[in-house]
Design a protein around this ligand. Structure first.
Ligand SMILES: [Zn+2]
Length: 308
């Protein structure tokens, strides 16, 4: 295929970008590599009794103890800066891990305190206390004040965006209604403040295909990295054609295992080969989106119709 053949396809992706949206000059799409450093947190929140189960705790400790250093080496080798979403409890239990991520130049962002999903909060005050507890832990351990948030389990309440603005966050990542970043109004009120949303999706999350803990998560069918990387590569290449954002979510204890990390390395190298693909941290992408003339998207809860 020569350059002339490719030209019409380039025009087609330009036409489908949302109004006001553009990538930085020279780029036609973006890829963001993110790691949710969950370690023991989600297991302990959902199954507190697992604190006494050495087998399960060792499975989760693989992230900080073994996979983290491997993934940092991979990112260093490929010169990619990533975004690490870290629950406050993980920071307190594994402070050296968090500091090594910080010292390697990666972005650190918020991921709850004990990985509490928003749906488990009985009220907005509880949700806010958890948000603040996570902030305090990241500050105490690493001196970091994150600007980005990812809801544990991707869970968001309609109050979450307002809490994020109130506490100085500039972006959320986890909504699943777009291929491109957008501005997110924190409420339907006219003139409501907004933050940047960096959409994600379950299909670009490593937990579902790989993770298995008997009685806790997973079906026991563990996918091959060859299949997972092939699936993610299909989505990457399709999103590049759409001019969208490839937001990949990995967990060190999951994707830091040897053959999975090797596959992730091949995916990163594929990204670096793609002409015009911007590989950036979530904060870098959010900072760019803040400069765009985007009309904020308003999310309203649906009104339930009367049941017949
Ligand atoms: Zn998580």
């Amino acid at each position: 295929m020569d350059a002339a053949d490719r030209a019409p396809r380039k025009e087609s992706w330009r036409r489908i970008l949302p109004p006001g949206f553009a990538w930085p000059v020279g780029y036609r799409a973006a890829a963001c590599f993110t790691f949710d450093v969950d370690a023991e947190s989600p297991i302990l929140f959902d199954h507190p009794e697992a604190a006494g189960w050495l087998d399960v705790m060792s499975h989760q400790a693989y992230g900080p103890r073994t996979a983290g250093p491997r993934l940092l080496r991979l990112l260093d080798r490929t010169h990619v800066r990533a975004t690490f979403f870290i629950p406050g409890y993980t920071a307190e239990r594994w402070p050296e891990t968090v500091r090594s991520i910080r010292d390697a130049g990666h972005e650190i962002a918020h991921h709850g305190y004990l990985h509490e999903g928003a749906r488990s909060a009985p009220d907005v005050e509880t949700e806010e206390r958890r948000l603040l507890r996570g902030l305090e832990a990241l500050d105490a351990v690493a001196g970091v004040r994150p600007i980005g948030y990812r809801g544990p389990n991707w869970e968001l309440s309609y109050a979450t965006p307002g809490l994020l603005v109130k506490h100085g966050f500039r972006y959320d990542t986890g909504m699943m209604d777009a291929d491109h970043p957008y501005r997110l109004a924190v409420s339907p009120e006219p003139g409501a403040p907004s933050i940047v949303e960096l959409p994600a999706h379950w299909s670009l999350d490593d937990w579902e295909p790989y993770n298995y803990l008997p009685g806790i998560t997973g079906s026991g069918v563990i996918a091959s990295p060859a299949d997972v990387i092939a699936r993610w590569t299909l989505e990457l290449e399709a999103l590049v054609e759409e001019g969208g954002l490839f937001m990949l979510t990995n967990h060190p204890f999951v994707s830091g295992r040897a053959s999975r990390a090797a596959g992730l390395g091949r995916l990163i190298e594929r990204c670096l080969e793609i002409d015009g693909l911007w590989v950036a941290t979530a904060a870098e992408i959010a900072a760019h989106v803040e400069t765009l003339p985007l009309e904020p998207v308003v999310h309203r809860p649906p009104e339930l119709p009367p049941r017949l």
